[in-house]
Write a protein that binds this ligand. Structure first.
Ligand code: FAD
Length: 467
Protein backbone atom coordinates (compact mmCIF):
# COMPACT_ATOMS: atom_id res chain seq x y z
CA UNK A 1 0.00 0.00 0.00
CA UNK A 2 1.17 3.59 -0.60
CA UNK A 3 2.95 5.71 1.98
CA UNK A 4 1.74 9.27 2.46
CA UNK A 5 4.83 11.41 3.05
CA UNK A 6 3.50 14.45 4.84
CA UNK A 7 5.99 17.26 4.14
CA UNK A 8 6.16 20.34 6.34
CA UNK A 9 9.49 22.04 7.06
CA UNK A 10 11.58 19.48 5.23
CA UNK A 11 11.39 20.60 1.60
CA UNK A 12 14.52 18.92 0.28
CA UNK A 13 15.76 15.65 -1.19
CA UNK A 14 19.25 15.45 0.35
CA UNK A 15 19.68 14.12 3.87
CA UNK A 16 15.98 13.49 4.31
CA UNK A 17 15.61 10.48 6.62
CA UNK A 18 11.86 10.18 6.08
CA UNK A 19 11.87 10.41 2.28
CA UNK A 20 14.92 8.17 2.05
CA UNK A 21 13.19 5.54 4.19
CA UNK A 22 10.03 5.77 2.09
CA UNK A 23 12.02 5.45 -1.16
CA UNK A 24 13.85 2.42 0.23
CA UNK A 25 10.62 0.48 0.81
CA UNK A 26 9.92 0.31 -2.93
CA UNK A 27 6.26 1.05 -2.14
CA UNK A 28 4.34 3.81 -3.92
CA UNK A 29 4.97 7.17 -2.27
CA UNK A 30 2.55 10.10 -2.25
CA UNK A 31 4.18 13.35 -1.07
CA UNK A 32 1.61 15.65 0.49
CA UNK A 33 1.65 19.21 1.72
CA UNK A 34 -1.24 20.50 3.83
CA UNK A 35 -2.34 24.07 4.31
CA UNK A 36 -3.48 23.19 7.81
CA UNK A 37 -4.03 24.84 11.15
CA UNK A 38 -0.30 25.49 11.63
CA UNK A 39 0.16 27.05 8.19
CA UNK A 40 -2.95 29.23 8.38
CA UNK A 41 -1.69 30.93 11.54
CA UNK A 42 1.76 31.89 10.22
CA UNK A 43 2.76 35.54 9.96
CA UNK A 44 2.58 37.26 6.57
CA UNK A 45 6.21 36.93 5.46
CA UNK A 46 6.83 33.36 6.65
CA UNK A 47 3.59 32.30 4.97
CA UNK A 48 4.55 33.95 1.69
CA UNK A 49 8.02 32.36 1.82
CA UNK A 50 6.54 28.96 2.60
CA UNK A 51 4.36 29.24 -0.50
CA UNK A 52 7.44 29.90 -2.63
CA UNK A 53 9.18 26.89 -1.11
CA UNK A 54 6.22 24.56 -1.63
CA UNK A 55 5.91 25.63 -5.28
CA UNK A 56 9.61 25.04 -5.88
CA UNK A 57 9.66 21.67 -4.18
CA UNK A 58 6.58 20.50 -6.07
CA UNK A 59 8.45 21.15 -9.31
CA UNK A 60 11.50 19.28 -8.05
CA UNK A 61 9.37 16.26 -7.17
CA UNK A 62 7.70 16.33 -10.58
CA UNK A 63 11.18 16.43 -12.09
CA UNK A 64 11.93 13.02 -10.59
CA UNK A 65 8.66 11.50 -11.71
CA UNK A 66 6.81 12.07 -8.46
CA UNK A 67 4.58 14.98 -7.44
CA UNK A 68 3.19 16.92 -4.50
CA UNK A 69 -0.46 16.66 -3.52
CA UNK A 70 -1.82 19.82 -1.94
CA UNK A 71 -4.81 19.84 0.39
CA UNK A 72 -6.29 22.47 2.65
CA UNK A 73 -7.99 21.93 5.99
CA UNK A 74 -7.31 20.45 9.41
CA UNK A 75 -4.40 18.03 9.21
CA UNK A 76 -6.04 14.95 10.66
CA UNK A 77 -9.16 15.28 8.57
CA UNK A 78 -7.22 15.79 5.34
CA UNK A 79 -4.88 12.88 6.03
CA UNK A 80 -7.83 10.60 6.79
CA UNK A 81 -9.46 11.65 3.53
CA UNK A 82 -6.29 10.93 1.60
CA UNK A 83 -6.00 7.52 3.27
CA UNK A 84 -9.54 6.73 2.14
CA UNK A 85 -8.91 7.96 -1.41
CA UNK A 86 -5.55 6.23 -1.90
CA UNK A 87 -5.70 3.17 0.35
CA UNK A 88 -2.46 4.34 2.01
CA UNK A 89 -1.39 2.26 4.98
CA UNK A 90 1.24 4.64 6.30
CA UNK A 91 1.64 8.36 7.07
CA UNK A 92 5.21 9.47 7.73
CA UNK A 93 6.63 12.88 8.57
CA UNK A 94 9.74 14.65 9.87
CA UNK A 95 9.47 15.78 13.46
CA UNK A 96 8.89 19.41 14.50
CA UNK A 97 9.34 20.74 17.99
CA UNK A 98 7.27 23.87 18.53
CA UNK A 99 4.22 23.44 20.76
CA UNK A 100 1.61 24.05 18.02
CA UNK A 101 3.14 21.48 15.67
CA UNK A 102 3.67 19.03 18.50
CA UNK A 103 0.08 19.26 19.67
CA UNK A 104 -1.11 18.70 16.11
CA UNK A 105 1.27 15.81 15.45
CA UNK A 106 0.56 14.03 18.73
CA UNK A 107 -3.16 14.12 17.97
CA UNK A 108 -2.64 12.94 14.40
CA UNK A 109 -0.37 10.09 15.47
CA UNK A 110 -2.76 8.79 18.13
CA UNK A 111 -5.82 8.98 15.87
CA UNK A 112 -4.16 7.33 12.88
CA UNK A 113 -2.60 4.59 14.94
CA UNK A 114 -5.99 3.88 16.49
CA UNK A 115 -7.27 3.16 12.99
CA UNK A 116 -4.37 0.84 12.24
CA UNK A 117 -2.28 3.23 10.15
CA UNK A 118 1.51 3.13 10.42
CA UNK A 119 1.93 6.75 11.62
CA UNK A 120 5.59 7.52 12.17
CA UNK A 121 7.84 10.51 12.73
CA UNK A 122 11.47 10.86 11.71
CA UNK A 123 14.37 13.13 12.71
CA UNK A 124 16.14 15.48 10.29
CA UNK A 125 15.31 19.04 11.38
CA UNK A 126 18.02 19.12 14.07
CA UNK A 127 21.47 17.72 14.73
CA UNK A 128 20.38 16.28 18.08
CA UNK A 129 16.93 15.44 19.34
CA UNK A 130 16.35 18.00 22.11
CA UNK A 131 15.72 15.39 24.81
CA UNK A 132 18.90 13.45 24.11
CA UNK A 133 21.24 16.16 25.39
CA UNK A 134 21.26 16.05 29.19
CA UNK A 135 23.34 17.58 31.96
CA UNK A 136 25.30 15.40 34.39
CA UNK A 137 22.31 15.68 36.74
CA UNK A 138 19.91 14.54 34.02
CA UNK A 139 18.29 17.94 33.53
CA UNK A 140 18.41 20.26 30.53
CA UNK A 141 20.94 22.95 29.72
CA UNK A 142 19.99 26.53 30.47
CA UNK A 143 23.32 28.07 29.58
CA UNK A 144 24.77 27.96 26.10
CA UNK A 145 28.49 27.33 26.74
CA UNK A 146 28.03 24.06 28.66
CA UNK A 147 25.52 23.01 25.98
CA UNK A 148 28.11 23.69 23.29
CA UNK A 149 30.72 21.72 25.24
CA UNK A 150 28.28 18.83 25.52
CA UNK A 151 27.57 18.63 21.80
CA UNK A 152 30.68 19.87 20.01
CA UNK A 153 32.29 16.42 20.02
CA UNK A 154 29.09 14.41 19.91
CA UNK A 155 28.73 12.24 16.82
CA UNK A 156 26.29 13.57 14.22
CA UNK A 157 25.07 11.04 11.69
CA UNK A 158 26.51 11.50 8.23
CA UNK A 159 24.02 13.11 5.84
CA UNK A 160 22.07 10.70 3.65
CA UNK A 161 22.40 10.93 -0.09
CA UNK A 162 19.81 12.65 -2.20
CA UNK A 163 16.59 10.81 -3.00
CA UNK A 164 16.58 10.41 -6.77
CA UNK A 165 13.36 8.52 -7.36
CA UNK A 166 10.07 7.88 -5.60
CA UNK A 167 7.71 5.24 -6.92
CA UNK A 168 4.53 6.99 -7.99
CA UNK A 169 1.10 5.63 -7.04
CA UNK A 170 -1.02 3.89 -9.70
CA UNK A 171 -3.28 6.97 -9.66
CA UNK A 172 -2.62 10.38 -8.14
CA UNK A 173 -5.33 11.77 -5.87
CA UNK A 174 -6.57 15.23 -6.87
CA UNK A 175 -4.56 18.20 -5.67
CA UNK A 176 -5.42 21.82 -4.91
CA UNK A 177 -3.84 24.55 -6.94
CA UNK A 178 -1.15 26.32 -4.87
CA UNK A 179 -2.13 29.73 -6.26
CA UNK A 180 -5.66 29.26 -4.86
CA UNK A 181 -4.26 29.12 -1.35
CA UNK A 182 -3.03 32.70 -1.79
CA UNK A 183 -0.31 32.21 0.82
CA UNK A 184 1.14 35.58 -0.14
CA UNK A 185 -2.13 37.50 0.21
CA UNK A 186 -1.18 39.19 3.47
CA UNK A 187 2.25 40.06 2.12
CA UNK A 188 1.66 42.27 -0.88
CA UNK A 189 5.30 43.30 -0.94
CA UNK A 190 6.42 39.66 -1.17
CA UNK A 191 6.88 39.07 -4.86
CA UNK A 192 7.68 42.70 -5.65
CA UNK A 193 10.23 43.55 -2.99
CA UNK A 194 11.29 40.78 -0.64
CA UNK A 195 11.65 38.14 -3.38
CA UNK A 196 14.75 39.94 -4.66
CA UNK A 197 16.56 38.92 -1.51
CA UNK A 198 15.20 35.40 -1.09
CA UNK A 199 17.01 32.27 -2.27
CA UNK A 200 14.25 29.72 -2.67
CA UNK A 201 14.67 25.97 -2.83
CA UNK A 202 17.23 23.29 -2.15
CA UNK A 203 19.50 24.08 -5.10
CA UNK A 204 19.73 27.74 -4.04
CA UNK A 205 20.44 26.69 -0.46
CA UNK A 206 23.20 24.32 -1.58
CA UNK A 207 24.73 27.11 -3.69
CA UNK A 208 24.61 29.42 -0.72
CA UNK A 209 26.39 26.90 1.48
CA UNK A 210 29.04 26.14 -1.14
CA UNK A 211 29.71 29.80 -1.83
CA UNK A 212 29.94 30.59 1.88
CA UNK A 213 32.32 27.72 2.63
CA UNK A 214 34.50 28.38 -0.42
CA UNK A 215 34.86 32.10 -0.17
CA UNK A 216 33.59 33.62 3.02
CA UNK A 217 33.97 31.39 6.03
CA UNK A 218 37.52 32.53 6.71
CA UNK A 219 36.26 36.09 7.11
CA UNK A 220 33.26 35.04 9.20
CA UNK A 221 34.78 35.53 12.61
CA UNK A 222 35.96 39.05 11.96
CA UNK A 223 33.05 40.11 9.77
CA UNK A 224 29.96 38.49 11.22
CA UNK A 225 29.11 41.44 13.46
CA UNK A 226 29.21 44.05 10.73
CA UNK A 227 25.75 44.42 9.21
CA UNK A 228 26.96 46.22 6.09
CA UNK A 229 29.23 43.34 5.16
CA UNK A 230 28.18 40.12 3.59
CA UNK A 231 30.01 37.91 6.03
CA UNK A 232 27.32 35.52 7.23
CA UNK A 233 25.84 32.53 5.41
CA UNK A 234 22.19 33.71 5.17
CA UNK A 235 21.20 30.08 5.51
CA UNK A 236 18.59 30.72 8.22
CA UNK A 237 15.94 31.30 5.57
CA UNK A 238 16.62 27.85 4.11
CA UNK A 239 17.09 26.05 7.41
CA UNK A 240 13.67 27.06 8.72
CA UNK A 241 11.96 25.39 5.78
CA UNK A 242 14.33 22.46 5.63
CA UNK A 243 15.54 23.40 2.16
CA UNK A 244 18.86 22.30 3.58
CA UNK A 245 19.43 20.06 6.57
CA UNK A 246 21.64 21.02 9.52
CA UNK A 247 23.65 17.77 9.32
CA UNK A 248 24.82 18.73 5.84
CA UNK A 249 26.03 22.09 7.10
CA UNK A 250 27.55 20.62 10.26
CA UNK A 251 29.66 18.03 8.44
CA UNK A 252 30.81 20.40 5.71
CA UNK A 253 31.90 23.08 8.20
CA UNK A 254 33.31 20.52 10.62
CA UNK A 255 35.73 19.32 7.94
CA UNK A 256 36.99 22.87 7.55
CA UNK A 257 37.32 23.18 11.31
CA UNK A 258 39.45 20.05 11.39
CA UNK A 259 41.55 21.52 8.58
CA UNK A 260 42.16 24.53 10.78
CA UNK A 261 40.19 27.00 8.65
CA UNK A 262 39.55 30.11 10.74
CA UNK A 263 35.91 30.97 11.19
CA UNK A 264 34.68 27.38 10.97
CA UNK A 265 34.42 26.87 14.71
CA UNK A 266 32.65 30.20 15.20
CA UNK A 267 30.19 29.26 12.46
CA UNK A 268 29.52 25.82 13.98
CA UNK A 269 28.88 27.51 17.31
CA UNK A 270 26.23 29.68 15.68
CA UNK A 271 24.59 26.66 14.12
CA UNK A 272 24.50 25.17 17.59
CA UNK A 273 22.67 28.26 18.92
CA UNK A 274 19.81 27.06 16.74
CA UNK A 275 20.00 23.63 18.40
CA UNK A 276 20.12 25.26 21.83
CA UNK A 277 16.99 27.25 21.00
CA UNK A 278 15.15 24.03 20.18
CA UNK A 279 16.54 22.39 23.30
CA UNK A 280 15.08 25.24 25.36
CA UNK A 281 11.78 25.26 23.50
CA UNK A 282 11.36 21.54 23.99
CA UNK A 283 11.87 21.84 27.73
CA UNK A 284 9.96 25.11 28.08
CA UNK A 285 7.29 25.10 25.36
CA UNK A 286 6.04 28.56 26.43
CA UNK A 287 9.36 30.13 25.38
CA UNK A 288 7.58 32.30 22.80
CA UNK A 289 4.83 33.48 25.11
CA UNK A 290 5.87 33.45 28.77
CA UNK A 291 8.86 34.87 30.62
CA UNK A 292 11.24 32.00 31.25
CA UNK A 293 12.05 33.60 34.61
CA UNK A 294 8.59 33.87 36.18
CA UNK A 295 9.63 36.74 38.43
CA UNK A 296 9.68 38.85 35.26
CA UNK A 297 5.90 38.64 35.15
CA UNK A 298 6.02 41.57 37.55
CA UNK A 299 8.21 43.78 35.33
CA UNK A 300 6.49 47.04 34.33
CA UNK A 301 6.65 46.45 30.57
CA UNK A 302 4.44 48.67 28.49
CA UNK A 303 2.06 46.83 26.20
CA UNK A 304 1.71 47.88 22.58
CA UNK A 305 1.96 51.66 22.28
CA UNK A 306 2.56 54.52 19.84
CA UNK A 307 6.33 54.37 20.29
CA UNK A 308 6.28 50.69 19.39
CA UNK A 309 4.32 51.56 16.26
CA UNK A 310 7.02 54.06 15.28
CA UNK A 311 9.58 51.32 15.93
CA UNK A 312 7.70 48.91 13.62
CA UNK A 313 7.62 51.58 10.94
CA UNK A 314 11.37 52.26 11.14
CA UNK A 315 10.66 55.84 12.23
CA UNK A 316 12.21 56.08 15.69
CA UNK A 317 14.75 58.69 14.60
CA UNK A 318 17.52 56.37 15.80
CA UNK A 319 19.27 55.55 12.49
CA UNK A 320 20.71 52.13 13.37
CA UNK A 321 17.38 50.95 14.77
CA UNK A 322 15.45 52.31 11.80
CA UNK A 323 17.89 50.73 9.34
CA UNK A 324 17.31 47.40 11.08
CA UNK A 325 13.52 47.58 10.94
CA UNK A 326 13.55 48.75 7.35
CA UNK A 327 16.02 46.04 6.37
CA UNK A 328 13.54 43.50 7.69
CA UNK A 329 10.65 45.13 5.87
CA UNK A 330 12.29 45.10 2.45
CA UNK A 331 14.47 41.99 2.62
CA UNK A 332 12.56 39.74 5.02
CA UNK A 333 15.65 39.25 7.16
CA UNK A 334 17.70 41.32 9.57
CA UNK A 335 21.36 41.07 10.46
CA UNK A 336 21.93 39.43 13.84
CA UNK A 337 23.65 42.48 15.35
CA UNK A 338 20.78 44.65 14.17
CA UNK A 339 18.24 42.21 15.68
CA UNK A 340 19.93 42.56 19.05
CA UNK A 341 20.09 46.34 18.89
CA UNK A 342 16.52 46.76 17.60
CA UNK A 343 15.18 44.38 20.24
CA UNK A 344 17.14 46.06 23.01
CA UNK A 345 15.89 49.49 21.98
CA UNK A 346 12.26 48.32 22.08
CA UNK A 347 12.48 46.49 25.39
CA UNK A 348 14.72 48.97 27.18
CA UNK A 349 14.68 52.48 25.69
CA UNK A 350 11.00 52.10 24.85
CA UNK A 351 10.25 49.89 27.88
CA UNK A 352 7.97 47.74 25.75
CA UNK A 353 7.09 44.10 26.31
CA UNK A 354 9.35 41.79 24.27
CA UNK A 355 6.29 39.93 22.99
CA UNK A 356 5.23 43.03 21.04
CA UNK A 357 8.51 42.89 19.14
CA UNK A 358 8.50 39.13 18.84
CA UNK A 359 5.13 39.32 17.10
CA UNK A 360 6.35 41.89 14.59
CA UNK A 361 9.38 39.76 13.76
CA UNK A 362 7.04 36.81 13.37
CA UNK A 363 5.08 38.75 10.78
CA UNK A 364 8.05 40.13 8.83
CA UNK A 365 10.86 37.57 8.83
CA UNK A 366 11.16 35.07 6.01
CA UNK A 367 13.51 33.16 8.31
CA UNK A 368 11.02 33.24 11.18
CA UNK A 369 11.77 30.32 13.46
CA UNK A 370 9.63 29.53 16.51
CA UNK A 371 12.61 28.62 18.68
CA UNK A 372 15.31 31.10 17.61
CA UNK A 373 12.94 34.07 17.57
CA UNK A 374 11.59 33.32 21.04
CA UNK A 375 15.05 32.68 22.47
CA UNK A 376 16.47 35.82 20.80
CA UNK A 377 13.80 38.05 22.32
CA UNK A 378 14.01 36.56 25.80
CA UNK A 379 17.79 36.78 25.62
CA UNK A 380 17.76 40.47 24.80
CA UNK A 381 14.93 41.34 27.18
CA UNK A 382 16.75 39.71 30.09
CA UNK A 383 13.96 37.33 31.14
CA UNK A 384 15.26 34.23 29.36
CA UNK A 385 17.73 31.52 30.25
CA UNK A 386 21.37 32.56 29.77
CA UNK A 387 20.08 36.04 28.99
CA UNK A 388 21.99 39.28 28.82
CA UNK A 389 21.31 41.02 32.14
CA UNK A 390 18.62 43.69 31.76
CA UNK A 391 20.94 46.43 32.98
CA UNK A 392 23.28 45.81 30.04
CA UNK A 393 21.59 48.21 27.66
CA UNK A 394 22.86 48.51 24.11
CA UNK A 395 23.43 52.10 23.13
CA UNK A 396 22.26 52.16 19.50
CA UNK A 397 24.48 55.10 18.63
CA UNK A 398 27.52 53.43 20.18
CA UNK A 399 26.67 50.16 18.46
CA UNK A 400 26.41 51.99 15.15
CA UNK A 401 29.80 53.60 15.66
CA UNK A 402 31.39 50.28 16.47
CA UNK A 403 29.70 48.00 13.97
CA UNK A 404 28.76 50.41 11.18
CA UNK A 405 31.62 52.87 11.45
CA UNK A 406 31.25 54.41 8.00
CA UNK A 407 27.44 54.44 8.12
CA UNK A 408 27.09 52.18 5.08
CA UNK A 409 24.40 50.00 6.68
CA UNK A 410 22.37 52.96 7.88
CA UNK A 411 22.53 54.67 4.49
CA UNK A 412 21.71 51.45 2.68
CA UNK A 413 18.33 51.23 4.36
CA UNK A 414 17.44 54.76 5.49
CA UNK A 415 16.93 56.95 2.42
CA UNK A 416 16.72 60.15 4.44
CA UNK A 417 20.37 59.77 5.49
CA UNK A 418 21.70 59.83 1.98
CA UNK A 419 21.87 62.41 -0.81
CA UNK A 420 21.46 59.71 -3.41
CA UNK A 421 19.57 56.87 -1.75
CA UNK A 422 19.99 53.45 -3.29
CA UNK A 423 17.38 50.99 -4.47
CA UNK A 424 16.93 49.22 -1.13
CA UNK A 425 16.39 52.43 0.80
CA UNK A 426 13.81 53.59 -1.74
CA UNK A 427 12.16 50.17 -1.90
CA UNK A 428 10.99 50.72 1.67
CA UNK A 429 8.68 53.50 0.55
CA UNK A 430 7.22 51.37 -2.24
CA UNK A 431 6.70 48.54 0.18
CA UNK A 432 5.00 50.23 3.15
CA UNK A 433 1.22 50.45 3.23
CA UNK A 434 -0.21 53.78 2.12
CA UNK A 435 -1.83 54.29 5.51
CA UNK A 436 1.63 54.68 7.07
CA UNK A 437 1.85 57.92 5.09
CA UNK A 438 5.59 57.62 4.42
CA UNK A 439 7.39 58.99 1.37
CA UNK A 440 11.09 59.46 0.62
CA UNK A 441 10.71 63.19 1.19
CA UNK A 442 9.01 62.73 4.58
CA UNK A 443 11.39 64.48 6.99
CA UNK A 444 13.42 62.06 9.07
CA UNK A 445 12.03 62.18 12.61
CA UNK A 446 13.81 63.53 15.65
CA UNK A 447 14.76 60.73 18.07
CA UNK A 448 11.77 59.26 19.85
CA UNK A 449 13.64 59.23 23.15
CA UNK A 450 16.84 60.80 24.30
CA UNK A 451 19.21 57.86 24.66
CA UNK A 452 20.44 58.82 28.12
CA UNK A 453 16.91 59.49 29.37
CA UNK A 454 15.60 56.21 27.87
CA UNK A 455 18.41 54.30 29.50
CA UNK A 456 17.79 55.97 32.85
CA UNK A 457 14.07 55.16 32.64
CA UNK A 458 14.82 51.52 31.87
CA UNK A 459 17.28 51.24 34.74
CA UNK A 460 14.85 52.92 37.14
CA UNK A 461 12.14 50.45 36.12
CA UNK A 462 14.58 47.62 36.73
CA UNK A 463 15.62 48.94 40.13
CA UNK A 464 12.01 49.35 41.19
CA UNK A 465 11.15 45.88 39.93
CA UNK A 466 13.98 44.28 41.86
CA UNK A 467 12.32 45.52 44.96
P1 FAD B 1 24.95 32.80 10.23
O1 FAD B 1 25.72 33.76 11.05
O2 FAD B 1 25.49 32.40 8.93
O3 FAD B 1 24.75 31.50 11.15
C1 FAD B 1 24.48 30.19 10.63
C2 FAD B 1 23.19 29.64 11.19
O4 FAD B 1 23.28 29.49 12.61
C3 FAD B 1 22.00 30.54 10.96
O5 FAD B 1 21.44 30.35 9.68
C4 FAD B 1 21.06 30.11 12.08
O6 FAD B 1 20.33 28.95 11.75
C5 FAD B 1 22.01 29.78 13.21
N1 FAD B 1 22.15 30.94 14.10
C6 FAD B 1 23.04 31.96 14.00
N2 FAD B 1 22.89 32.82 15.03
C7 FAD B 1 21.88 32.34 15.79
C8 FAD B 1 21.24 32.78 16.98
N3 FAD B 1 21.63 33.89 17.63
N4 FAD B 1 20.22 32.05 17.47
C9 FAD B 1 19.81 30.93 16.85
N5 FAD B 1 20.37 30.46 15.71
C10 FAD B 1 21.40 31.15 15.20
N6 FAD B 1 17.10 33.26 13.72
C11 FAD B 1 16.24 32.60 12.94
O7 FAD B 1 16.63 31.70 12.19
N7 FAD B 1 14.90 32.90 12.97
C12 FAD B 1 14.39 33.88 13.77
O8 FAD B 1 13.17 34.10 13.77
C13 FAD B 1 15.29 34.61 14.58
N8 FAD B 1 14.86 35.64 15.37
C14 FAD B 1 15.76 36.32 16.15
C15 FAD B 1 15.28 37.35 16.98
C16 FAD B 1 16.15 38.07 17.79
C17 FAD B 1 15.62 39.17 18.68
C18 FAD B 1 17.54 37.77 17.76
C19 FAD B 1 18.49 38.54 18.61
C20 FAD B 1 18.00 36.75 16.95
C21 FAD B 1 17.13 36.01 16.14
N9 FAD B 1 17.58 34.97 15.28
C22 FAD B 1 16.68 34.27 14.53
C23 FAD B 1 18.99 34.54 15.31
C24 FAD B 1 19.94 35.16 14.26
O9 FAD B 1 19.79 36.54 14.24
C25 FAD B 1 19.74 34.58 12.85
O10 FAD B 1 19.72 33.19 12.90
C26 FAD B 1 20.86 35.03 11.91
O11 FAD B 1 20.90 36.43 11.82
C27 FAD B 1 20.65 34.41 10.54
O12 FAD B 1 21.60 34.86 9.62
P2 FAD B 1 22.59 33.86 8.90
O13 FAD B 1 21.84 32.68 8.37
O14 FAD B 1 23.38 34.65 7.93
O15 FAD B 1 23.46 33.37 10.13
Amino acid sequence: TPILCWLRRDLRRADHPMLAAAAATGRPVIPVFLCDECVETLGAAPKWRLGEAVGAFGEVLEGIGSGLVLRRGRALEQLQRLIEETGAGAVWWSRLYDPAAQARDTGVKAALRAQGIDARSFPGHLLHEPWTVRTGQGGYYKVYTPYWKAVRGRPVEAPLSRVTALRPPAAWPPSDNLADWALGAAMRRGAAVVARHAAVGEAAAEDRLAEFLDRRISGYRAGRDLPAGNATSRLSENLVLGEIGPRRIWHAARRLWEDGIGGAETFLKELVWREFAYHLLHHFPELGTANWRPEWDGFPWRGDNDDAERWRRGMTGEPFVDAALREMYVTGTMHNRARMVAASYLTKHLLTDWRVGREWFEDCLIDWDPASNAMGWQWVAGCGPDAAPYFRIFNPAGQAEKFDPDGAYRRRFVAELSDRPGAEALAFFDAVPGRWGLRPDTPYPAPLVDLAAGRARALAAYQGFKG
